[in-house]
Design a protein around this ligand. Sequence first.
Ligand code: SF4
Length: 724
Amino acid sequence: MTLSTKIEVPEGHSLHHVVCPHDCPDTCSMLVTRDDRSGRAVRVQGDPTHPITRGYLCNKVNHYLDLVYNENRVLYPHKRIGPKGPGARFERISWDEALDCVTENFHRIIDEYGTEAIQPFSYSGTMGMINYWGMDQRFWNKMGAARLEQSICVHAATWARMHTYGESNGPDIAIASEDAELIILWGINPVTTSVHTMPFIREAKDRGCKIVAIDPRQTRTTWVADWHLQPKPGTDGALALGMMKVIVDHNLHDINFLKKHTRGWEELIETKLPDYPLDKVAKITGLSEGDIEKLALEYGATRKSNIRAGFGLNRHQNSGQMCRAIQILPCITGALRERCGGADFGRVGEAFAPFAVEGFQRTDLGDRDTKRIINMVQLGRALADDIGWNGEELEPPIKCLFVYNADPANCVPNSTNARKGLLRDDLFTVVHDTFWSDTCDYGDIVLPADTQLERTDIHTAYGFYHYAMNRPVIEPLGESVSNSELFRRMALKMDYVATSDDAFTQTDEEIIRDVLMKGDTPLLEDITYEDLLKNGWATGKFDSPRRNYLETGWPTADGKIQIWSEALAAEGQDPLPTYVPETNGQEDPKRAEYPLQVLSSASHYFIGHSFQPVERLQAMQSRPTFEISPEDASARSISDGDMCRLFNECGETFGYAVIIEGMLPGVLGTQKQIRGSRTPGGVNVNALNDETLTDFGMAPTFYSCLAEVERIDEDFGKPIERKS
Ligand code: SF4
């Protein structure tokens, strides 16, 4: 690649474009300096030419080289030589031995139980399209393995979006901030989770745009807002509907927009909104009637408005309808007439579609679409109890779990049950990971995965309209390989290559060229492989006339925005946006025993389990904290810094109290990503979640979690570390 920026590079060094691979909306463009004599990467920095990255990276990825050269990396294939579980022991083996063992077990299981007994488990350990869901899917499609509903993050908002707007999204925050007069940051903390959003917020604010934050918690972001509203968790759908009622009652709705571009607006106004008078919404949300009315009137009177919503809103039992109600707000005011107008959870809905998923995954290689599906958030019941997502018994049971890009021992709800299942003696488990994760302890075979500096891939940002290509900068460390290369090797061992045209012999570059050439999407108009190779990134065509939905109609069945959704009606859901109290939430009688609603959001220092081995970040967040209000702390005689036990009928975990003035009483904030092996109980907060799914979207309900907290006197145990 050639670089269009002038960055000083010492003699004997070279500069390379790399894409940040982590599950983050920003998809930064990074510049990596390599010492060409040693072949070692010596510096990472943000690309100053990239319009979103703007020359800086976040507090996590600034330490990317600590991750690449971390002593906790898995560098060679290993096989387990003792019992499964925490503290398991492994010995190094060759790649040939490892793949022989894996493929022999595949054959054994397929012969005895069929291909559906083999369960892949993966998520977004990398967001590169080839290594996230490309070559692996070709392999599983060819085999006919069981499918995985990859629902753990943003499925509820995605379903809500698709059922309302089809495969389309509005402006990102960079576009919206150009002329929006009101921006609502709804349930989002971008200082921690999408830091490149913040300069756009700051610039909009400097221009006079009002910034409102809606979040039950006080966060690094809510401090930046002009106004912070704290509804009770899980009540945001009622707030959105209450706002609509005020807007309509004051005749601030855009009747012409509703008539021309939406379906079901009359039913919404006549039959649904009367259910949401101010006094009722105030009671549900805990906000004052005055604040709700003021918010609604300001939003209703400001057509140049934008709502940027956060993924936490996905994690309640009533999230499908909640995300739908919020996304319908700009239809009511006609904000969608404006270039800046919209209500989006990033580019959820459209981000991955332009990449011609078929081209990456090759579903034509087999009949996998007929195979059973396991919902990843119900892995525990599938492994430990042989129960599928519909409650049916799994026949055959899962006999092989193949894990990559994920750490299911920590990341799924009811993680204690998942770990119990992972301990089964008759389960053959393979883990392909960059580091010794907690899940590795349950692996029969552990395989070494590379990092982003060692592979080729293509990325689509899900928070902004950008695309980027990644090329390797250094040689793979040890014997590590990309997911793509792993599945190529396995295809060879399984004899899939000879019967699969070029599906397993295409190089990563060839796949990218192919998909870019064949994809027909307005966002990728004029973007070529050569552009990406030269600059590292390219901007999607947000303003393509093919995306002017006011003219073309929205990509729905009748071209209209579906305020009334026939598809939801067919699923037995309310076809109009509605508010139903979540189970395990504000109005659950269980609150008498478990009065705190637990919001386990992103740590400021980790992304998933990806940065856990970095000592500098560990030092900043070596243990979980429990953020509670002074009222809740005082009622339990808890002081700042006390070690506490957080528990409910599902499980328990441990952390340190942080008392926050302004924290909503009845709410406890903690971090979702702490490794279980770093806590005395061995499990993180996900041990407290059950496997209930959202109303629609089949997503997890991490935030519909009631618990109690108490002070204890024990201290943390020593973390388990392993080196390869
Ligand atoms: S994690 Fe996000 S903010 Fe940090 S470098 Fe990666 S893309 Fe940028």
